[in-house]
Design a protein around this ligand. Structure first.
Ligand SMILES: [Fe+2]
Length: 232
């Protein structure tokens, strides 16, 4: 399996604190059957440079290799809706056309559609990070329908499906799955104990709703297209 949303790079955000914690997260991921992950630290300002992300990714991969872990991370970022970047392209997932975009957790911004259409210029594609956890979407999931399109995809969190964010978020995640609006399930892991990098439990839940093969696609073939920079 492949995880396209993971806060495993140490010391950059509220994810892994240090390399030991990143190693523990990688071990959990490997035990769960995850082979690749895209490292997606929170980015709101240009203070975290794409170069710094790349250097951390390289050094983590060397560390995993040194410890005999069959696990590899790729560079990426989780870009905040209100981020003031001038070079969004540099924060795309593994240098491909996809940008992982995070809405505020409260209400959907009134400018969401406008912002999305601006970001779609120049051939960029968007992945909306866990919209099932957004209050506006929970209250009225159909609002998301107005935002998704041929180049706007939805990633839901594994924990949303397994009930870790409560019944309202779980219900919303199930609804989005049933509506065939979900292209990816990802861990959004932050540590080895708080939201660990585990996908398998969520895949089992999803399989009951959309079938085993489609559920698997959300953590295998679809994410692989992102790593390869290809069309989902
Ligand atoms: Fe995240």
């Amino acid at each position: 399996m492949i995880d396209i949303h993971c806060h495993i790079l140490p010391g950059l955000d509220d994810g892994a604190d240090d390399e030991d914690e990143a190693l523990r997260m990688a071990s959990i991921a490997v035990s769960d059957g995850i082979k690749y992950a895209i490292a997606t630290p929170h980015v709101l300002t240009p203070s975290l440079s794409p170069e710094e992300i790349r250097i951390k990714v390289e050094s983590l991969n060397t560390l995993f290799n040194h410890h005999g872990l069959d696990f590899e991370v790729f560079p990426g970022a989780e870009v905040g809706f209100y981020s003031d970047l001038s070079n969004f392209d540099h924060y795309h997932l593994n240098g491909g056309p996809y940008l992982l975009l995070e809405f505020p957790h409260g209400q959907l911004p009134p400018t969401a559609a406008e912002r999305i259409s601006l970001l779609l210029r120049d051939g960029r594609k968007l992945i909306l990070a866990h919209p099932e956890r957004n209050e506006s979407v929970i209250m009225e999931p159909k609002r998301l329908l107005d935002l998704v399109g041929p180049n706007v995809f939805v990633q839901i969190s594994a924990g949303s499906l397994t009930g870790e964010f409560g019944p309202d978020v779980q219900r919303c995640a199930m609804y989005l799955l049933k509506q065939k609006m979900v292209s990816f399930i990802a861990t959004d892991a932050h540590s080895s104990h708080h939201r660990p990098p585990v996908l398998s439990k969520a895949v089992k839940v999803a399989a009951k709703v959309i079938g085993k093969d489609t559920a698997k696609q959300l953590v295998t073939t679809n994410p692989m297209q992102i790593i390869d920079g290809l069309r989902v």
